[in-house]
Design a protein around this ligand. Structure first.
Ligand SMILES: [Zn+2]
Length: 114
């Protein structure tokens, strides 16, 4: 799965707690965040629209923002040139040569390194 999908899912679920802040003050005065999240299914099924709208709204916004962040991260990953230093091995004895070994010859067997 790419980051856009993962972030989109995270964003969607974050939309629920975020929607709390878009609810009318009256509702927030009655319910704590925890109570609110627990009563979403109950409230949503008996709703006339004014309760669900903030949830849909914040889920969409939050999903969009997170997909965008995921998109940016995907782009960054693409732009990074993977410049892992190549490991060097002696062609004769297979001894691993240190990256910064300055010599021309294998320090193990004396074979000339390419
Ligand atoms: Zn060698």
């Amino acid at each position: 799965m790419n980051k856009k999908v993962i972030f989109g899912i995270i964003g969607f679920f974050l939309g629920f707690p975020i929607s709390y802040y878009f609810q009318p003050e009256k509702l927030r005065a009655m319910l704590s965040m925890t109570d609110y999240l627990q009563s979403i299914p109950k409230l949503a099924s008996s709703d006339k629209g004014d309760f669900l709208t903030p949830i849909i709204f914040s889920c969409l916004i939050s999903t969009a923002i997170f997909v965008f962040i995921g998109y940016l991260l995907d782009q960054n990953n693409k732009n990074v040139i993977v410049a892992k230093p190549q490991k060097r091995y002696c062609g004769n004895c297979g001894h691993q040569i240190d990256e910064d070994y300055p010599g021309e010859f294998c320090d193990q067997c004396g074979h000339k390194l390419d």
